[in-house]
Design a binder for this molecule. Sequence first.
Ligand code: ADP
Ligand code: MG
Length: 786
Amino acid sequence: MLSIFKRSTQTSERQLRKYRKIVQQINKLEATYVDLSDEQLIAMTDTFKKRIQSGESLPSITPEAFAVVREASKRVLGMRHFDVQLIGGLVLTEGNIAEMPTGEGKTLVASLPSYVRALEGKGVHVITVNDYLAKRDYEQIGQIHRFLGLTVGLNVPMMQGPAKQAAYQADITYGVGTEFGFDYLRDNMAQQKSQHVQRPYHFAIIDEVDSILVDEAKTPLIVAGKMQADADLHHIAARLAKRFKKGIDFDFDDETKATSLTDAGIEKVEKAFGVDNLYDLEHQTLYHYMIQAVRAHVIFERDVDYIVRDGKIELVDMFTGRIMEGRTLSDGLHQAIEAKEGVPITEENKAQAQITIQNYFRMYPKLCGMTGTAKTQEKEFREVYGMEVIQIPTNRPRARIDSPDQVYATIDQKYKAMAKEVAERHEKGQPVLVGTTSILQSEKVVQYLDEYKLKYNLLNAKSVEQEVELISQAGQLGQITVATNMAGRGTDIVLGDGVEEVGGLFVLGTEKHENRRIDNQLRGRSGRQGDHGESRFFLSLEDDMFKRFAKDDLEKFLKKVKTDENGLVLNPEVDELTERTQRIVEGAHYSMREYNLKLDDVINDQREVVYALRDKVIEGEDVLDQLKTMLSETVEFVIYDSCPEDEMPENWDFSRIEQTMNALLLEPVSAPRTAEKTADIVKFYKEPLDDLLNYIDSFADNERVNKMIPQVMLSYIDTMWVKHLEVMTRLKEGIGLRSYGQEDPMRIYQREGLELFGRHYQKLRRNIASEVIGFMKLITEQQEVQ
Ligand code: ADP
Ligand code: MG
């Protein structure tokens, strides 16, 4: 463990030397650019563009370009990039992750790589964690780029088509990651090329990259259509699920969240709904409702994962504690939770297109990112995205003290000590930020604070704007702020007058998060730009993390535990226990993301095939040619599939060939039942197939047909893709069911997924061919009648 850690730090040191040399170059250029007039400085943009076009490499232009951006920033914003910010910019330009603590000015850092990579004229996307920050950065940093003659766009939800297209046409486009992902999905549902808003991907800079690529990775982006849900079914399923017991009625895998019913569970369901065999295909929906009802019970906890407000289920972002406005779970899960809570059942979302944020960003030829906390996730960034994490030194030496944890025997003792500490700090005027891991915990915390009659700001379920407002006040004298760990991420906490003297902002953590990175984020709220500050975590041996992930270790530890009169654990080994447990949890979560990514890869490959086909249609590439290819492939497939070369001819299915072929061909023909080789069958059909192909060609100038073909193609591609997605979801749910066998569930999923897709794709081509040819024949008939 230690050796890996050492190695990675060393790499950073060596690389830093390389960057420092370039920074020297940039600093030397400063004198030259200071003397330029605004016009001369602006003209540099065109000069750079021309040099790139004539083949000069980016690294050769970068020092000059950085010097120009710095000079522009001085003139426009009055901010001069610190040397460490230049280093950060270099790391980003190369496509890596710059780890820079909060307050180091990452927003300004992004002005450098976005300028350099925008010079290539292919668009740069700057991704932020919320719309508020996107707008802020677009307005502020955008000034530098606009001054230098580049165009800057803002991409936010609900924008109309042309406005969005304009935003994407800009040299640099700001926006939230999810919106870029949704635009991708919507572009791939468009009926015409003119509706596309995105250009081919070039370069993306992701702010708070860990939050976007790691924390958000669990929820896929889904574009959904509405579908009436069966409320009665949901209610019965919910009532039943309430009485179900884990291990008796159902099995649930904590890691993969795979849920399945046991035989006992199935029997109960069959009784409750009065069906004989739940496994029958006709009861597939019922089974699905039941599984979702169980999942609504075991995975989703009220006031942690969601809240009930005005008769509605509102999802809570577990990292920010913020309500995810308008986000719903798909596939009937949302309705299952509604049934569990007895609120009205809403319409169900049916996925029409979906992608994970991870896979969306993997489509960019080059990615980079910045955050205060990436090093603990280094391996994942390297393996999944090919980005290295480089730690950038701070501009000023860090003055924050990270005090050792205080661990108490019970939760009650922990909160009591916490409240006492807050009161003491408050007494001398020091601002305190209490970080929690959930809304529920926040509420618990304030109950204890109430006993001291303390005044505090509670940041639960607030809008982004309110949150930013409250968090930005957290550094004022005497303020007490209670918020979930991630609330107001990206917001500057500026210290008020006299706060330095009382020790700066005191950050108090009330529970270790399942990921050390999130704890570091919380600590990082204090001590920006060399400010004074302190952080400390208050834990208890009754905390969820220990109970869930360190049962055995905890039992052993409890036997030898010594505490003082307040319940404070005195054994020094307690720190080891905390750290080990956190590592275990991180490992478990990492493998889960890895597992999900592998699952998603299966769909991802399929999506690429389908979208590529769709693109061809939308691009208006010769549709008759495409149709002919589909037809020929369909014919070949049905022949080889019905009469495989490695089967005895007596087992061949000639009637299937006949059926498919006669639906397509101009004149029906009997299949060559005496054939002994598959190739002979192919040969037999060559002539009628050629006739058909010629017939298709005869429509080359027929406007009606040429207009109709792409519509038919898109309609089949889309509707069948939605169905296929559903089938794949069922398959995914089902593999949990069969994992008891010898085979690895992942392998089953990959194999059967491929098989299902093969069938889907085949059916798609056949449906399109037969529909279009049918239409052509109809036109011919009409003409004959006339
Ligand atoms: P981070 O994202 O790294 O937490 P921000 O980008 O929010 O930091 O910047 C924190 C504050 O520092 C902002 O108020 C910003 O304007 C200021 N700042 C950043 N860089 C500079 C600089 N070079 N000179 C002066 N102020 C700066
Ligand atoms: Mg920031």
